[in-house]
Design a protein around this ligand. Structure first.
Ligand code: SAM
Length: 691
């Protein structure tokens, strides 16, 4: 055992210094539970391998500079007998439960937690960042890894920042606010590179022409790390294929259709999903609307990746050595010089993540659970590990209109004596308030989700909401009388105003009803679809298939540049929206069908449809095998793969590559700043075509 790490009976308090080095308080244990749930799922599925993590070193910023860690450092210096604790719960481990240790953080895990090492033993530590040295308390141990709570940052990462959100620790909706935004973008790109290399066994372009991954970090070191010399399944002790598998499980368990993880807050809580309980934030795409409807799609699939056998690991030490070697000049965030840097090299070009100029206030939809605290109406987010609702004034990733509307609705409800729904007794009225805002149009929709048809003093409530919120164009009621965590019930009615509000993506106009899905970050959606359009390479004469089309957003975006677009989607309501939106935009060359893409594409094939381009945008579990087979039979010139899950993307790219396609490039897009999620667009071309 490292002499610096010996058990301490004292528990040091959390320290804060200007945000840097701030342990994420209450989120630590919760984060541990999330990671643990993932790992346990994986163990159930009997996989082995090593968990992917991002990591590497950072330039030194010692505890004296940050003003932190003196207490910890002192203990650190005096500690260490080299003796293994007598009561180690799991024999042979260098750490024990409730013991305090100093850990070096070598990577970031898939929930944004720090991946640390103590005497070679892996600990997952929410709130810790790569390159940091931290004092931790072990909360839970497994044979090959454990979970620990961050007590103190002794050496802070230069990328550590103070999270601006006052409720960051408790909410869980965001996971990366304590990491500088530029570094978040690096982390997300590296996530993609790691998945392509490790899961897809794909070669990522490396401007040195060396081993994939040897020099593709650009200004930081957020890459996957394994210990040199350790066998593949001894590395971090967590199966690599778990990355894939957990998502499949997640999708199945949550039963969501539009499952880009996140916004079905209640459903996610129920499923102990890893995405977090940030009610306002509910941080990624919007699963809620079709929750349950496409649940059947979430069934587990046995197609899993083989555990990796390669031994070309990147050693953490070599990463530290290679940091600051000039790569940053070439691989800049805006991609300047990128093409040139990669010219003549083999492999997939993974571009720098497209980030936001202002990565705050980007969400166009809030859905907030309501409750009562000492008789008064509260609305905010669920306290960790419970369904107790904590009142919240503001969420920094929400459009500020949404915060204001929620505050006003809350205040009016309090004044009128509206009672909140109580889960335990199934009594009370107001369950959730959902607010949607059109970024371009400024139109606002308020949806009151109630446990019952009748709203007492409804006319007064409507009048006051209208008076308080000038932009309101629609006030709706959705009735949900179920004992369920699903947010919406079946019946929606308009209390005042219009049935829909409108907004745009590019120059395509969309009608947004209380229950229709619409991307929550319209600014980045435009960037994402713009890239999909570019990758589709349309000249006006092409036939395009948009599989997993939702409400037809991508189909309609592409239709103006193609001869004909066919969209297929499993949720009938979404297809109704797609047709309505086609009419709204005068688009007559788009045709939509309800069904599983894996069933409908073969029908179209039999009917003689021969697409030049196939776009897929599947849920987190990726494409159905049968769909991939059909794509390989149809042999379109290009496949554009839009993905919210880099691990299933990598898996499916492998299948397509084996079937005669070449992945040219992948563009990560940051749709959900401050969360661990990243969206990608990949371009594949048929090997016998020239691109
Ligand atoms: C990530 S969303 C993409 C939606 C759309 N492209 C957009 O950007 O708004 C995935 C969509 O696939 C749908 N879906 C899930 N399984 C499907 C299947 N087997 N066949 C067709 N659509 C499916 C979901 O209901 C959801 O609308």
């Amino acid at each position: 055992m490292n002499k610096n790490n010996r058990r301490s009976s004292s528990t040091s308090g959390h320290k804060r210094a200007g945000g840097a080095g701030k342990p994420r308080g209450g989120s630590s244990e919760q984060g541990s539970k999330r990671s643990e749930a993932r790992v346990e799922r994986d163990q159930r599925s009997g996989l082995s391998g090593a968990r992917a993590a991002f990591g590497g070193g950072h330039s030194e910023l010692n505890s004296a500079q940050t003003g932190q860690g003196r207490k910890g450092a002192a203990r650190h210096a005096s500690g260490g007998s080299g003796k293994r604790p007598a009561n180690t719960a799991l024999a042979g481990l260098p750490v024990e439960k409730n013991g305090e240790y100093t850990a070096e953080i070598i990577g970031i895990g898939h929930d944004g937690e720090g991946v640390g090492r103590v005497d070679g033993f892996t600990l997952f530590i929410p709130g810790a960042l790569p390159g940091e040295r931290v004092r931790v308390k072990v909360l839970k141990l497994k044979k090959q890894f454990g979970y620990a709570k961050l007590l103190e940052v002794q050496k802070a990462s230069p990328d550590r920042v103070g999270p601006p959100c006052p409720i960051y620790d408790q909410c869980g909706g965001c996971q990366l606010q304590h990491l500088d935004y530029a570094a978040q973008l690096e982390v997300k790109r590296q996530l993609v590179v790691d998945n392509l290399e490790r899961i897809g066994k794909l070669k990522v372009a490396d401007r040195t022409g060396g081993v994939a991954g040897a020099a593709d970090h650009y200004s930081g070191d957020y890459r996957m790390v394994k210990d040199a010399g350790q066998p593949a399944d001894a590395g971090l002790g967590i199966p690599e294929s778990q990355i894939l598998n957990e998502d499949v499980l997640e999708s199945a368990e949550v039963g969501k259709g539009m499952d880009t993880a996140g916004s079905a807050v209640s459903a996610i809580n129920e499923a102990d999903d890893s995405v977090g309980e940030g009610a306002y934030a509910n941080n990624t795409g919007d699963a809620d609307l079709y929750t349950g409807m496409a649940g059947s799609q979430g069934s587990l699939r046995s197609r899993e990746l083989q555990p990796l056998q390669d031994t070309e690991f990147v050693d953490a030490a070599s990463l530290l050595d290679s940091a600051g070697d000039g790569d940053a000049e070439i691989l800049t965030q805006d991609g300047a010089g990128y093409e040139a840097a990669f010219a003549g090299t083999e492999g997939i070009v993974v571009y720098p993540t497209i980030g936001m100029d202002d990565p705050w206030r980007y969400r166009n939809k809030a859905q907030v659970p309501f409750g009562e605290e000492q008789g008064g109406l509260v609305g905010g987010f669920y306290a960790q590990g419970s369904h107790r609702i904590i009142d919240m004034e503001a969420c920094l990733i929400q459009h500020s209109n949404n915060d204001e509307v929620i505050a006003k609705v809350k205040e009016i409800g309090r004044r009128l004596g509206i009672r909140a729904y109580r889960e335990e007794t199934h009594e009370g009225l107001l369950r959730h308030v959902v607010v949607k805002v059109g970024f371009r149009t400024g139109e606002i929709m308020v949806v009151l989700i109630t446990n019952g048809e009748e709203i007492p003093r409804a006319a007064e409530w409507i009048r006051e909401i209208r008076a308080a919120i000038p932009g309101v164009a629609s006030i709706c009621q959705n009735v949900n009388i179920g004992r369920t965590n699903v947010i919406f019930g079946r019946t929606t009615r308009v209390l005042w105003g219009h049935e829909v509000i409108y907004d745009y993506i590019g120059d395509v106009k969309f009608a947004i009803s209380a229950r229709s899905f619409f991307q929550v970050n319209p600014v980045q959606t435009e960037a994402l679809y713009g890239k999909a359009l570019e990758y589709a390479g349309l000249t006006g004469g092409e036939t395009v298939v948009d599989a997993y089309c939702g409400i037809g957003t991508i189909s309609l975006f592409l239709a103006k540049h193609a001869k004909k677009v066919y969209g297929v989607e499993i949720v009938p309501e979404a297809i109704e929206d797609a047709k309505r939106n086609a009419l709204l935009n005068g688009i007559s060359n788009a045709e939509f069908a309800v069904g599983g893409a894996e069933d409908v594409l073969p029908e179209w094939q039999r009917a003689g449809v021969r697409p030049d381009v196939i776009v897929v945008d599947p849920p987190r579990k990726g494409c159905d095998e049968r769909l991939l087979d059909t794509i390989l039979q149809l042999r379109p010139e290009r496949v554009v793969y839009v993905s919210c899950n880099a691990s299933t993307l990598a898996r499916d790219l492998r299948v397509l590559e084996d079937g005669g396609y070449r992945t040219v490039s992948v563009q990560p897009v940051d749709m959900f700043p401050h969360t661990v999620h990243v969206e990608n667009v990949a371009l594949l071309v048929r090997c016998d075509t020239d691109v």
